[in-house]
Design a protein around this ligand. Structure first.
Ligand code: XMP
Length: 321
């Protein structure tokens, strides 16, 4: 039977055997999966691991700082932060198609890791790259038995063909609840283990339309309010995750004060789920929705409407792209 203790022990042995005395790089995203993968690899090979946090500019408010503080404090891992905002925004300029966005983000992540590897190890190079890929990511990217490609998860279907790293994916057979159990086993703090999922391509796939810095700032402001109110209402665990989506190409007419507005809608997408393979829309208390709606429309200029997505998965997916 599966236990987190056995899993951790087996993976440590497997990673040691695979890596030997070579160097390993791990990209941290701020999420549970990469944190657990990194902690596991660090337990196995210690100083041979360097973690890289790529700031691609598609993060939520406060996220980069959180990784720098919390993860390093919990694990003592060696962490390099790479500011790659320009690289990603340039690559994404003019792109609206969801799969193209995902492919671009996947490719630029790898280019960023390659640049980090050169900076860290020079000519000697780094052979391995750790990815926090889970079983549902494998299945939904078409890697499972006969599964259709629903979305190219950036750490599975979106990798370039000329990848210079050998991948280490210790969580490839796990579901989220098992990853959380492994995280607890590895001594990661509760807040980190119970963090709600956030996709690798970040806010790029939560802006419906082209990704620009201005739109990112708009979405970050709305998302920060929604997350704050969800936490304040004590709903972080009851809700699996709540994507906040900017319909950047849609405008509607509103009225504020005595003036007409012509702004963008924000979608709240709260869902409950066991493993993200299926999901139901969360019945958030009306007071919480009201608070979020009032604050966003008051505080975020250019947002004049808040709507709630009441679609289960299937037929909807959790993210909008
Ligand atoms: P969907 O939208 O496919 O999402 O129902 C299922 C779960 O996966 C997350 N997600 C991703 N996670 N890289 C990730 O690491 C990705 O490219 C990615 N795309 C979606 C999503 O937030 C949800 O938890």
């Amino acid at each position: 039977d599966w236990t987190s203790e056995n899993f951790v022990a087996e993976q440590i042995a497997a990673i040691r055997a695979q890596v030997g005395d070579r160097q390993v790089l791990c990209g941290l995203s701020g999420g549970v999966d990469s944190a657990v993968a990194a902690a596991l690899v660090q337990r196995a090979i210690g100083d041979q691991l360097t973690c890289v946090f790529v700031d691609h500019g598609l993060l939520r408010a406060g996220e980069a700082e959180q990784v720098e503080k919390d993860f390093v404090a919990a694990t003592g891992v060696r962490l390099v932060v790479a500011d790659e905002k320009d690289r990603f925004l340039e690559a994404l300029a003019g792109v609206s198609d969801p799969e193209t966005k995902r492919k671009i983000v996947g490719r630029e992540f790898i280019r960023s890791f390659e640049a980090a590897a050169r900076a860290i190890a020079g000519e000697r190079g780094i052979d391995f790259l750790v990815q926090g890929t889970l079983y549902p990511d494998v299945v939904e990217s078409g890697g499972g038995d006969g599964a259709a490609n629903i979305k190219s998860h950036h750490n599975v279907g979106g990798l370039p063909d000329d990848l210079q790293f050998t991948l280490i994916e210790p969580l490839r057979t796990l579901f989220k609840d098992e990853v959380r159990a492994a995280g607890v086993e590895l001594g990661l703090p509760e807040e980190m283990v119970w963090r709600q999922p956030f996709p690798g391509p970040g806010l790029a796939i939560r802006i419906i339309g082209e990704v620009t810095w201005e739109r990112l700032e708009l979405l970050r402001a709305a998302d920060a309010i929604a997350r704050h109110e969800l936490t304040a209402a004590g709903l972080d665990r009851a809700v699996w995750q709540m994507p906040v989506v900017l319909l950047a190409d849609v405008r509607s007419v509103g009225v504020q004060g005595d003036g007409r507005t012509y702004g963008h809608p924000i979608v709240l997408r709260p869902v409950s789920s066991e493993d993200a393979m299926t999901a139901d829309w969360s019945r958030l208390p009306y007071e919480v929705i009201e608070k979020i709606s009032t604050r966003i429309t008051n505080e975020v200029r250019q947002i004049n409407r808040v709507v709630v997505d009441v679609t289960s998965k299937p037929p909807g997916t959790i993210e909008w792209e």
